[in-house]
Unconditional design. Sequence first.
Length: 129
Amino acid sequence: MAGRDDLWIPLVDEPIGSIVNEVQLQHPEIDALVSGPHKILAFRTFAYVRVGILLGRLLVEHDVPEYDGTETWIATLLRDPRHHEAVVREIRAVAEEVAADPRYADDEPVGPDDAARDRFRDFARRQLS
């Protein structure tokens, strides 16, 4: 059995996991909000659920053409900029809610901070010169 300090990142089947990941890559401010391991876990869990619900609602509210084998209904929906922006807003909202949750106030960021990156770049420049 896992101890209290063990942390598991959920594995999500496509396409929701890749949609959330793509939005994170396009909007680095989201990663800045959810940089600790517990924040990341909470963010991904709720982002996957809420994006799934949003996509389901969009499917019910908007007709998509009959499947012809070229793209999924999700890809068809997300081609509409309004739908894509709704997904981005939902993901950003989840990140902001997780970041504001006091339970995660002490969550340490994953990876080096900007100052550590700068020190490493200076070190690498000196070594390679």
